[in-house]
Design a protein. Structure first.
Length: 226
């Protein structure tokens, strides 16, 4: 009987290429096929590490359709690695659906440990790390207010992803729902040349970013309520 293949989820650097693991490089060189969120974005990374496997696109617009095809390959015995543009696949990135489909079909799944933006942001914040609540991106419109209301009394440290063009507006909304005096920590450009973490009350951090460039990628950590 044909032995099924294995699905690997392989984290890639969120900025600094030195953060890729030795095992990630080995697995990416050994699999039969790599699935990338954006093949053009991943091409320089794969080239840098001398990885020349076949690369197919697997992104949020085709993941349902492409998952059926991938499960077929896995069942035929192919080993497949999923990578995203940066960080750990399935963390605010495509992956969850494919993992669920693979498991439903009795396929072994293994996520390698590696880079992800929320862990360094949480640890840098200085807020309690024993219990935290990862919210990823808040919904853009519908449901955003409801989510803020639900999170206002959360006692665990909150972690959110945010885009640069929405940061100031989000800080305004947080001041409204969590109170302007709540402590937050905003990390930007983690592992990159202009990495910085700004800590203070919501209004202090907002004032800082009103006078400094709001550029790059951001993680917001919010201290839990008391
Ligand atoms: N899969 C990724 C991970 O494991 O963190 C997250 C992908 S999500 C599409 C992209 C968001 O992650 C960005 O908008 C930002 O909030 C956060 N992010 C990614 N890289 C970052 C970095 N170097 N510094 C700060 N935040 C980052």
């Amino acid at each position: 009987m044909n032995q099924t293949g294995k699905l690997y989820l392989v984290p890639t650097p969120i900025g600094n290429l030195e953060d890729i693991t030795l095992r990630a490089i080995r697995v990416l060189k050994e699999v039969d096929l790599i699935l990338a969120e954006d093949t053009r974005t991943s091409a320089p990374l794969l080239k840098h590490f001398d990885i020349h496997q076949k690369v197919y696109a697997h992104h949020q617009h085709n993941e349902h359709q492409s998952s059926n095809e991938i499960v077929k390959f896995l069942k035929e015995g192919k080993n497949i690695a999923l990578i995203s543009d940066a960080g750990t696949p399935a963390i605010s990135d495509p992956g969850f659906y494919l993992v669920r489909e693979a498991l439903k079909n009795g396929i072994e799944v293994e996520c390698l440990p590696g880079p992800t933006a929320f862990v360094p942001a949480l640890v840098n914040s200085g807020f309690p790390t024993d219990r935290f609540c990862f919210e990823g991106f808040l919904p853009l419109k519908k449901g955003r207010q409801t989510r803020y209301k639900a999170l206002a009394d959360e006692e665990r440290t909150l972690i959110l992803y945010e885009s640069p063009h929405r940061l100031l507006k989000t800080l305004d909304e947080m001041a409204l729902y969590f109170g302007p005096g709540r402590q937050i920590s905003v990390s930007r450009e983690l592992t990159k040349m202009f990495e910085e973490t700004v800590r203070g009350t919501i209004s202090e951090v907002k004032t800082y970013f009103e006078t400094h460039p709001v550029k790059g990628e951001f993680v917001i950590c919010v201290a839990g309520k008391n």
